[in-house]
Design a protein around this ligand. Structure first.
Ligand code: SF4
Length: 504
């Protein structure tokens, strides 16, 4: 392992690790067994907001055992020793640390691209934003959970947060600092997704990162949208990605990648059915400015951008794509759902009884999620988009070059999180400590922790995620599986896709 000693570290001798050739994290080059694609450090938990879904369960004052500036610089040097992972400073509110500018500067000086996620408060003045830029910040990432004050401020539980956030976005863009917006989709803002997207189109942002709630910290299970609603929002995001002037990706929703692949396959298959060659069809789909999967996957854990294209004329499209032409459908290839096991059937019957008896929604939601994780048919009856025939799927995949880059970032797999006191986790949403940077190097923890290794061993996934044909590119949210079932290898509880079971 290489440890950089000082701010002159840019000149230090480093091994040619992932992304070294380009100076940027090249997704396809990164071996997730050796290095993460993205590292997030929670510099503090102190924050003035009291957000309803706060992962960190933020507190008003800084913790006395927070990593010091010196420890932080050592950590940054270790992160650099991985190569060039994306590096995010988060909180709490990072602005609660007076040394935040020096930490940004150190990250920049050792050659990392540094992003920061400040809270939307009055602390975000024009002077502060300018100092971020002057310190070498590459991207400002701010949270916006509603298209208006009423929705956003209710989320953040502080009046004025919406106005401060929008003002800071405008100021950052005015001085040329790239901006990313983070939005957490849950029951409170489910109907506001399009309105948020349209607001962002006016704010000149680079990326919209759409999080899906994980039940950890203050995030409540009952606020999670259903599997069907996940699916509907994924299709909506895919459609929006074609009309909005910024990239869109998801976090803690790895199954969005499945929808992207399905939609692209479907579009190619439809064009082939209309007489186009596979190559021409693929070219048109790619011309619609859907970036290469390898590039699109590379932003953040769970990230999967479908890219942005302007003027594709897709406005007003529904959240579901048109049906596959009948000629392309084959009942034999539709992949019948696996047989439900007795326990799943019992659970389904129990859910029906509880619903009929008027049980609280959050209780029913928990049982539904467990049923999802058991493999089998979605508890809410939701279904994925239609399957293509195997032949047409293979044709579309070959034309689209799907397969070569069939991997995606997931918790502990291309991603690692360090909390404010130096404890290491597979992600900020998966509360399992895998090490302590005060006792061991981050590089060793990432590579050698038994939990991290297991999270990267996708054949160990249980239930339908274990046999899913999208397993390598998706794998389901390990955090959500853990949050719902207590087992980080269980099936993603909020995916309505039931993959064809491999023949024994
Ligand atoms: S079943 Fe699991 S691996 Fe397959 S698409 Fe759903 S979440 Fe992803």
């Amino acid at each position: 392992m290489v440890t950089l000693a000082s701010n002159n570290a840019r000149n230090a001798t480093l091994p040619p690790l992932q992304g070294e050739r380009t100076g940027k994290p090249a997704f396809a080059e990164v071996d997730f067994n050796l290095a993460p694609f993205i590292v997030i450090w929670e510099v503090t938990r102190a924050c003035d907001l009291k957000c309803v879904h706060c992962r960190a369960e933020a507190i008003p004052l800084r913790h006395p055992l927070e990593l010091s500036f010196k420890e932080g610089c050592t950590l940054i040097d270790q992160i650099r020793a991985f190569g060039h992972p994306l590096f995010v400073l988060t909180g709490g509110d990072p602005l609660k640390r007076p040394d935040i500018y020096d930490l940004i500067r150190h990250g920049d000086e050792v050659g990392l691209r540094v992003a920061l996620t400040p809270s939307g408060t009055q602390l975000m003045t024009p002077n502060v934003i300018q100092r971020f830029k002057d310190s070498g910040l590459s991207r400002l990432a701010v949270s916006l959970d509603g298209s208006c004050k009423e929705i956003h401020d209710t989320f953040r539980k502080v009046d004025g947060s919406f106005d401060w956030t929008v003002a800071s976005i405008k100021e950052a863009r005015r001085i040329g600092l790239p901006v990313q917006i983070n939005t957490t989709v849950c029951k409170h803002n489910l109907k506001d997704v399009r309105a948020i997207a349209e607001l962002l189109a006016k704010l000149d942002i680079a990326l919209w990162s759409v999080f899906f709630l994980v039940p950890t910290g203050r995030g409540l299970r009952g606020d999670i949208v259903s599997a069907r609603e996940h699916e509907e929002v994924f299709h909506q995001l895919y459609d929006l990605s074609k009309e909005m002037p910024y990239d869109i990706k998801t976090t803690a929703a790895q199954h969005y990648r499945r929808v992207v692949v399905q939609r692209r396959r479907q579009e190619v298959a439809e064009m082939i059915a209309q007489g186009k060659s596979p190559e021409e069809a693929a070219r048109i789909v790619q011309q619609n400015a859907i970036p290469k999967i390898a590039r699109a996957a590379g932003y953040e854990p769970g990230g999967w951008s479908t890219g942005a294209s302007r003027g594709t004329g897709d406005e007003g499209r529904g959240t579901r794509s048109p049906a596959v032409p009948a000629a392309l459908m084959s009942p034999a290839d539709k992949g019948a759902p696996p047989q439900m096991q007795g326990s799943a059937e019992e659970l389904r019957a129990k859910i029906a009884r509880m619903r009929a008896g008027g049980a609280p929604e959050f209780v029913v939601a928990k049982l539904e999620a467990q049923l999802h994780a058991l493999d089998g048919k979605a508890a809410d009856g939701s279904a994925p988009i239609e399957f293509l025939t195997r032949q047409d799927t293979a044709r579309a995949d070959a034309a689209l070059d799907i397969g070569r880059s069939a991997k995606g970032v997931n918790d502990g797999n291309g991603f690692v999180f360090i909390d404010h006191i130096g404890l290491v986790y597979p992600s900020g949403f998966l509360p399992l400590v895998v090490g302590d940077v005060r006792k061991a190097s981050l590089v060793d923890i990432y590579r050698d922790s038994p939990i991290m290794k297991e999270l990267r061993a996708y054949p160990k996934l249980k239930g339908k995620c274990g046999w899913c044909d999208f397993r390598d590119v998706c794998g389901g949210s390990r955090s959500r599986s853990y949050g719902i079932t207590g087992d980080y290898l269980a099936s993603e509880p909020y995916c309505s896709y039931y993959p064809p079971k491999p023949k024994a």
